[in-house]
Design a protein around this ligand. Structure first.
Ligand SMILES: [Mg+2]
Length: 451
């Protein structure tokens, strides 16, 4: 069917609550989230011609139903719109989603409403890439600087970067683009693993996983810390003894400490040659992170944060305050690709490395596209940059990521990589999927109908 205005009209938006029972194996456990069930609110946008786009935002189980409700509240803003008009001026459409005068009151641009925007906007980008039959990274790479920048809402960030500056930066970065694409095609983009270090894992499992990921070619490892200092020391010693001194080691406290506590605790771990401490304290505490970063500098430890940084304004201040040395954008926490692009541009201008947060459900699938775009079209370097890799939930996607020699391989399928298989939806849709019904029957979980 031809892509006429009429058949590119959005005729429906469907949202599903999809949950995986990961808490049964302590996968994903950290100092703050002791029993996460990796989940997502999953959006399908359908056009009149039948073409579909899928997008999601990552959640941890209960609470997904609230995000689903927020997506339903935003649906009238999307259904009936024509995709051509949306993509022509994506920045102003994005603003209309985040500025609805009744919905913005319970945000604005943060929390549940922003997670809902992320799922919807990510589905719109998946749809755009699928309509053009390109992987998302390529859609971004092929857009002219003016078109790409038209997707960004610059309100609140022009004191750091303007539309015109962004266009100039992107134009200048075109030099060497083809060579960089060849590098990605040949070799891929470096990943680090978080798999060895969930807090709930035993010594034996820790050892086994270190060997497994070393053998797979990984040179950077991340451990969860922050529940018990002596236990952190014991596990860091164990991991260092296996991976050796030449590998990179990062730690992640998932927001558990006060500012001074973070500084004191990290001083005790500094001997293990730590590249970064991730989320040492409240994700909202910009000046707290600044103080920690200042104290960590002489120890050679950087501060990493961003997976729960809710919008471009907060990222702007973190970057301005020298409060993050590693900027961890999250593809489903910020308001989708549009807002993430603005953070990449600010980080580039202020000289901060972007190392995306991933794992969860579909986050690895998504961020690889963004980081590859950054390498080809913006920063032009992979130096000191790496994408988080967690080997969970990939099998549920039609186009799962491909890792070879610890490197993400350039995606070749059309879209953003966020389409679930039919089997996964039949099994894991909550609460009516077959796996959930079975688990309620066994008493592993309580059915919401009994609550
Ligand atoms: Mg983290």
């Amino acid at each position: 069917m031809n892509m006429t205005t009429e058949n590119l009209k959005i005729v429906s938006l469907d949202v599903k609550d999809v949950r995986f029972p990961t808490s049964l194996g302590a996968h994903g456990s950290d100092a703050m989230h002791v029993d996460p069930d990796y989940s997502c609110a999953y959006v399908t946008i359908t056009t009149a011609m039948g073409k579909k786009g899928n997008g999601l935002t990552f959640t941890l189980g209960r609470g997904t139903e609230i995000v689903v409700a927020a997506i339903k509240s935003l649906t009238p803003l999307i259904v009936g719109q024509t995709t051509v008009d949306i993509y022509k001026n994506f920045g102003s459409f994005w603003r209309s989603l985040t500025s609805d005068s009744q919905i913005r009151w319970i945000g604005p641009e943060k929390g549940v409403t922003h997670l809902a925007v992320a799922a919807i906007v990510n589905a719109l980008w998946d749809l755009w890439a699928k309509l053009l039959n390109k992987p998302l990274w390529q859609l971004l790479v092929d857009l002219e600087p003016e078109q790409l920048v038209a997707a960004i809402d610059f309100r609140y960030i022009t004191d750091v970067i303007t539309r015109e500056e962004a266009i100039t930066i992107l134009r200048d970065a075109k030099v060497g683009k083809d060579e960089r694409l060849d590098v990605l095609k040949e070799d891929g983009y470096p990943a680090y693993t978080t798999q060895v270090g969930w807090l709930g894992y035993s010594n034996e499992l820790l050892e086994e996983l270190c060997h497994k990921y070393l053998a797979a070619g990984f040179t950077a490892f991340k451990l969860k810390v922050g529940r018990d200092l002596n236990d952190d020391i014991r596990r860091l010693k164990l991991v260092r003894s296996i991976i050796g001194d030449d590998k990179e080691l990062m730690v992640d406290a998932n927001q558990v400490w006060d500012v001074q506590e973070a500084i004191d605790w990290m001083k005790k771990l500094a001997g293990f040659k730590i590249t970064w401490i991730e989320e040492p304290t409240s994700p909202d505490d910009i000046l707290g992170h600044q103080a920690i970063a200042k104290a960590m500098k002489p120890l050679g430890i950087g501060v990493a944060t961003g997976e729960m940084c809710c919008n471009r304004v907060m990222f702007k201040q973190f970057l301005q305050a020298d409060a993050m040395q590693f900027c961890q954008i999250d593809s489903a926490r910020l308001g989708g690709v549009n807002e993430i692009l603005s953070v990449y541009l600010m980080a580039h201008k202020l000289g901060v490395k972007v190392c995306p947060h991933a794992g969860g459900v579909g986050l690895c699938e998504m961020v690889q596209h963004l980081q590859m775009w950054d390498y080809i079209s913006l920063s032009g370097t992979m130096n000191g940059r790496t994408i988080e890799y967690v080997d969970q939930q990939h099998e549920h996607f039609v186009d799962p990521l491909i890792i070879k020699n610890a490197k993400y391989q350039l995606p070749t399928y059309a879209g953003y990589g966020t389409t679930f298989t039919g089997e996964t939806l039949a099994k894991y849709e909550y609460p009516n999927g077959t796996v959930w019904i079975e688990m309620f029957g066994k008493g592993l979980y309580q059915s919401p109908k009994q609550l």
